[in-house]
Ligand binder design. Structure first.
Ligand code: IMP
Length: 205
């Protein structure tokens, strides 16, 4: 079975490849479908955006499609930037400008509590779109640190660690991240349904 990863983000794609390595599917990048170019990501919820991406690709290809929409929610900012995370500092998406704007918004703010939230959407033949969520709690650092990862990773320190996601090895991020947790939950909810006996329980088992 082929599964198309509905993302134009090469860093996300790399994470998905690692996270889905145990799934009995052939992962297909969106680059194999150059005719599927863009979609709207301006819905008010992560769920709607994730479903829109997965559905766009499924309708164009007729093949199993998975997408995610993610964001960082900062308590002191009432949950912002949240669903607006990609365009927090305006369009087109500029991660350095987003990080700078977030740090400026938190100048002098002691409460740095935040979380990454990922909503994963899956759709395929005879399988209407379903979504599942993964959350990673943490705090926002006082300055960008590290060169790994992407997006807000240089600012996000997950609970239980003193390094940012951009400082931690990718293997660690891929064990605890919002995306990792969503993929794990997806396996538990959809694995047997999709792959029958091939699912055999946990992908780590
Ligand atoms: P989208 O899900 O591609 O729309 O991404 C939303 C925004 O959150 C973008 O600015 C991403 O860079 C950022 N983002 C999503 N996932 C992550 C992550 O795992 N680490 C850091 N930033 C992320």
């Amino acid at each position: 079975m082929k599964l198309i990863l509905a993302t134009h983000n090469a860093s996300k794609l790399a994470e998905f490849r690692a996270l889905l390595a145990h799934w009995p599917v052939e992962l297909v990048p969106l680059t194999e479908f150059p005719e599927v170019r863009q979609w709207n990501e301006d819905a008010p919820t992560l769920e709607e955006n994730a479903v829109a991406k997965a559905l766009t690709v499924y309708r164009a290809t007729g093949q199993w499609s998975m997408a995610d929409d993610s964001g960082v929610e900062v308590d002191a900012l009432g949950g912002a930037p949240g669903v607006q995370s990609a365009r927090y500092a305006g369009e087109p998406c500029n991660p350095a400008a987003n990080n700078e704007k977030l740090l400026t918004a938190l100048t002098g703010v002691a409460n740095r509590r935040a979380r990454f939230r990922c909503v994963l959407a899956l759709v395929g033949p005879g399988f209407p779109p379903e979504t599942i969520e993964g959350i990673c709690e943490g705090v926002i650092a006082h300055e960008p640190r590290g060169t790994g990862g992407f997006g807000y990773d240089p600012l996000f320190i997950p609970d239980g660690y003193s390094q940012t996601f951009a400082e931690l090895p990718p293997e660690v991020k891929n064990q605890i991240s919002h995306r990792a947790r969503a993929v794990q939950a997806a396996w538990e909810r959809w694995g047997r349904k999709l792959f029958g006996d091939a699912s055999g329980g946990s992908p780590d088992g």
